[in-house]
Design a protein around this ligand. Structure first.
Ligand code: NAI
Length: 284
């Protein structure tokens, strides 16, 4: 209650970012989101027209206080190539890089308490590693792993002491998941490793906590684009300890715990929220 949260990576009502927004709002937080410029107009439109699933578990309605344009591959506006800055989806926004977005959030809402990284992109995710180009691999790392490092660098100074950061990772960091290619498995492994190092450095520097959630398979927009999501959902159903449907809200509730004072001594961890699939070493 009374806290302010910034969630980077919300573009519709199907993904983990949205589910986390709902649970944080229900717990009393003011929710600000960062939306990728290519999907910004569409998201604003359906949000304003009331076309998104805003129903909270307690009967209330999700209120998003503000939508900031954000492209997490740019650390400062100086890094944005001219052709991007002048392109259709970007030209209307004065700022959308991480540093300027953090400053804009601070200016309008003061210091924040909660920071969520719910974004990833790997242009060659559908390709085997043996077919992945250097550029595809490095883009996966830039968008999906370094973006967390930069997010914490830029937002750390505008966070209150005792604040908390959560990101999303995937089991492909720990073992081979055929079909999750393009270097995305390694990018998630980097994200988990960086979570430990950022927990130490940001803990000492600003007294904030940093954790990541390894989530089960969800039919989000990003996952549908990868193509193997139905296979992953089926595999999880057949092999995980729990056979209930895995939902985005399972991650929403776990993230809200990690982001709350209830998790006050938890930092640097990867928490598995996946019906237990990670714990199996042999199919049942
Ligand atoms: P999603 O499609 O709802 O979220 C991804 C968001 O990232 C989208 O809103 C997209 O516009 C945004 N985005 C892409 N590139 C961006 C950039 N350069 N700057 C800013 N935003 C950008 O999909 P989902 O699945 O909820 O993804 C959220 C996180 O959950 C990701 O880190 C993903 O890897 C992770 N995850 C997803 C799983 C799944 O099965 N869906 C499983 C485990 C982890």
């Amino acid at each position: 209650t009374g806290k302010t949260a910034f969630i980077a990576g919300v573009g519709d009502d199907k993904g983990f970012g949205w589910a986390i927004a709902k649970r944080l709002n229900q717990a009393g937080a003011t929710v600000l989101v960062g939306t990728w410029p290519p999907v910004y107009d569409m998201f604003k439109k359906i949000l304003e027209r009331g076309k998104l699933d805003t129903a909270l578990d307690d009967g209330g309605t999700l209120e998003i206080a503000d939508v900031f344009p954000l492209d997490a591959v740019y650390d400062t506006m100086k890094d944005v190539p001219r052709e991007v800055r002048e392109s259709k989806r970007y030209a209307q926004h004065a700022v959308f890089a991480l540093e300027e977005t953090a400053k804009a959030v601070k200016k309008k809402y003061g210091k924040i308490d909660i920071l969520v990284h719910a974004l990833a992109n790997g242009p060659e995710v559908h390709k085997d590693l043996l077919e992945t180009s250097r550029e595809g691999y490095l883009t996966a790392f830039s968008t999906s792993a370094y973006s967390l490092v930069s997010l914490v660098q830029k937002f750390g100074p505008v966070m209150n002491e005792g604040g908390s950061v959560v990101s999303l990772t995937y089991l492909a960091a720990d073992g081979t998941v055929p079909g999750y290619g393009g270097g995305m498995g390694a990018a998630k492994a980097a994200l988990q490793s960086d979570t430990r190092t950022l927990a130490f450095e940001a803990g000492r520097k600003w007294n904030i906590r940093v954790n990541t959630i390894s989530a089960g398979p969800l039919r989000s927009r990003a996952a549908r684009a990868i193509g193997f999501i139905d296979k992953a959902v089926k595999y999880s159903m057949a092999n995980a300890p729990l056979t209930q449907d895995f939902t985005a809200d399972h991650v929403g509730t776990a993230a809200t715990f990690l982001l709350s004072p209830l998790a006050g001594a938890i930092t640097g961890t990867t928490m598995y929220v996946d019906n237990g699939l990670h714990s199996m070493a042999m199919a049942p």
